[in-house]
Design a protein around this ligand. Sequence first.
Ligand code: PLP
Length: 370
Amino acid sequence: MNYIYLDNNASTMIDPKVFDKMSPYLKDHYGNPNSTHYFGEMTHEGLNVASDQFYKYLNIGEEDTFVVTSCATESINTVHKSILFDFLNSKNKNKSKNKIITTSFEHPASAKSLEYLKNFGIEIIELPIKNDSISIDDFKEVFNSEEILLVSLIYAHNETGVILPIKDLAKIIHNSDVPIHIDATQAIGKIDVDVQDLNIDFLSCSAHKIHGPKGVGGLYIKQNRIITPLLHGGTQMGGFRAGTLNTAGIIGFGEALELAAESLNFFNTEILSLRQHLEEFLLTLPDSTIHGYSSDRIANTIFVTTPTIDSDYMVWYLNKNNISISSGSACSSQQLKKTTQKTPGVRFSLSRFTTKSEIDKTIECIKKLL
Ligand code: PLP
């Protein structure tokens, strides 16, 4: 039975090349990298290669730090909780610097983490969503460096694929000392993410969205920015995160990042044209809307509302026909909130392994729903 997988923003297949790189570290090179004997040393070459891959493909500076975590959720929480610890320790008794700017369409990994900080007196300012993105003017209106502890923004949206103008925002923010954190989980490996060019302070990401293994995430920390670890213990990861290294996972993540970087051009031409082919068809459905259609968007993502076809039914029907897509869980715009359907729309997310024939079969299947 052939299955068609169009839910790559949820998770991806491990690239067989990634699996091959990981496999010796799951079977033979099982030593603890901190051990000084043969088995410990056998892990070092692979870990060094992975480290080089992280620094090269995210353009991390020599003085900066890249911490491997267990997932993007952990990375995001590490940044937010670190800001909280600083705030609680602050000598500033009236605590007037107590605000974090974010958007109203963050992934729960960020939204819920920020929500928790409210319990300690931190105020969360959510930028409104306009035309499936945020407005620089709205940002300028609320940005006051005397009051802001952190700016924490999603980079590419998981439902719509819309890319936020991070570089422009960073320019405004860095006239002050306020740090900026971006959740780049849906951006790395899909667009060129260069931390120095973006001029950000923290970046969170994850391996399993780019054909790497689950259970591995990354946290970029710019030089001179201090993080209080979530996990205290050993001296792994330069003291930023204790715990025995996930050797195979780290090696898999590095390889996944390199393979994604090598296929970036293919992804942004061939996969983009498959997405456009599917979009052309979806726009022929009565009253359908593709969210973020004319915005800067990652090449693999379509979020469509189809008022004449119930979105849950579409997901169910395609699944019956061996095609996996997802129903939109996030209300990414006011427009979506206005729809009367239980779930406002459906998301198709392609990968570099998606083929034209898979997209054609998907189109034929949806036609039967009309
Ligand atoms: N941020 C975004 C934008 C995501 O899409 C996801 C996963 O769907 C996450 C964070 C959480 O990633 P992880 O599963 O690695 O914790």
